[in-house]
Design a protein around this ligand. Structure first.
Ligand SMILES: NC(=O)c1ccc[n+]([C@@H]2O[C@H](COP(=O)([O-])OP(=O)(O)OC[C@H]3O[C@@H](n4cnc5c(N)ncnc54)[C@H](OP(=O)(O)O)[C@@H]3O)[C@@H](O)[C@H]2O)c1
Length: 361
């Protein structure tokens, strides 16, 4: 500790937390020179992201000014949107985009108490300074016994995606048949359970036998492994010979070409994602869908969940209530260590996760 302190300015002593205590005129005041680590994107991804596309960078944060607060990330989210949005809104060298559950460690802003937890959207970063803008408190109904990581999962953005994307766009009625793919993931697993709560028959597909077992455990009526079935068309027909009223689309590509043909008259399709196409370097072409939409009189609508941001509290309240009642089960795939965040992200894109993929710092 003494040796380390020699690296700093005279009068400064390095403490075990990496903070620096500054003594002035015999008095001791603490200037928190905290080191922040961030993952940046070295260059735009080609195909599936690789570990060497990311770089870990470190910088020292300045002392807080009045009105500011210092936060540390506790759980960080890795989500599929990071892949397509990296292309759309990032340039090489930028910190990876993303959200986190963060704890206030120091505050010079009376609106934020030290020790409180919030959801922020500042990217893949361990520590950061904020003026309070974009710092969202956990919902007031948050039960003490619930992991705070759910604020970026089942009771956060993915939960709201499942809630609004299914209920507002598919508008499923009791007795109808709902199809969802990526069904064992963060959004899909909730979509299927919400459809069950609404009295529907639910069919889900996922990429491993363990995931299929999980889907049955959480109440899906039918589930299959899309990677091992001999024919997707047959699997969908076997699961619901009469076809589908609602299709919650997370995958796109060939899957959608096959599923669209099995919609019932006046079916509704909520286009939430197209993960099978996010790593394409050349945009895929496929069968043209207009004849299916026309003759089955389908309604197909894409959405970005932020369109309902003003209504998030409504969804979060309902999701938390369903969780408390045991009607909505959640699962998390936790990668430990900020240093493993790129691996956690790539793992999620390749299907390692059941439920929400999160990084625990
Ligand atoms: N519109 C919005 O506002 C919004 C918001 C959130 C999420 N989304 C979308 O919702 C979808 C699911 O997101 P999530 O956060 O819940 O992720 P997730 O399902 O928890 O994780 C991604 C999953 O995608 C599956 N996958 C990867 N490559 C695939 C491929 N080529 N074909 C089929 N499945 C593939 C993998 O599961 P398998 O093992 O089953 O392959 C993987 O576990 C994504 O498309 C995402 O972009 C949209």
């Amino acid at each position: 500790m003494l040796a380390a302190s020699l690296l700093y300015l005279p009068g400064m002593v390095l403490d075990l937390l990496g903070l620096v205590t500054c003594r002035t005129m015999g008095e001791s005041s603490t200037i928190k020179m905290v080191k922040s680590k961030s993952w940046t994107m070295v260059k735009h991804f080609e195909g599936l992201p690789k570990l060497e596309d990311f770089k870990l960078e470190e910088k020292e944060l300045p002392p807080l000014k009045d009105g500011e607060l210092l936060l540390e990330s506790v759980f960080l989210s890795v989500d599929p949107y990071m892949r397509p949005y990296s292309k759309r809104i990032m340039k090489p060298g930028d910190v990876m985009i993303g959200s986190q559950v963060a704890r206030v460690v120091e505050s010079k802003n009376p609106a934020f108490e030290v020790g409180t937890y919030h959801v922020t959207n500042v990217g893949w970063t361990t520590h950061f300074i904020s003026d309070g803008a974009g710092v969202h408190s956990l919902p007031k109904e948050w039960p003490e016994n619930l992991p705070r990581s759910l604020a970026v999962g089942a009771a956060g953005m993915p939960g709201c995606t499942a809630y609004f994307g299914l209920l507002e766009i598919c508008n499923p009625k009791e007795g109808e048949v709902v199809l969802v793919n990526c069904a064992a993931g963060a959004v899909g697993s909730l979509v299927g359970q919400i459809a069950k709560i609404k009295g529907c028959k639910v069919v889900g597909s996922a990429g491993s036998d363990d995931k299929v077992t999980y889907l049955k455990e959480i109440g899906f009526d039918e589930a299959f492994n899309y990677k091992t079935v001999s024919s997707l068309e047959e699997a969908l027909k076997n699961a619901s010979p009469e076809g589908y009223d609602c299709y919650f689309e997370n995958v796109g590509g060939n899957y959608a070409d096959v599923a669209l043909q099995q919609m019932k008259q006046f079916g509704r399709i909520s286009v939430c994602g197209a993960i099978s196409m996010y790593n394409d370097s050349v945009p895929a072409t496929g069968p043209y869908i207009q004849p299916y939409i026309l003759f089955k009189q389908l309604r197909m609508e894409g959405f970005v969940v932020s369109r309902w941001i003003q209504r998030y509290p409504e969804a979060q309240k309902q999701l938390l209530q369903w969780i408390a009642e045991g009607k909505l089960k959640y699962h998390e795939h936790v990668t430990n260590g900020f240093e493993n965040m790129p691996a956690g992200f790539i793992g999620m894109l390749t299907g390692e996760n059941i439920g929400k993929a999160v990084i625990k710092v």
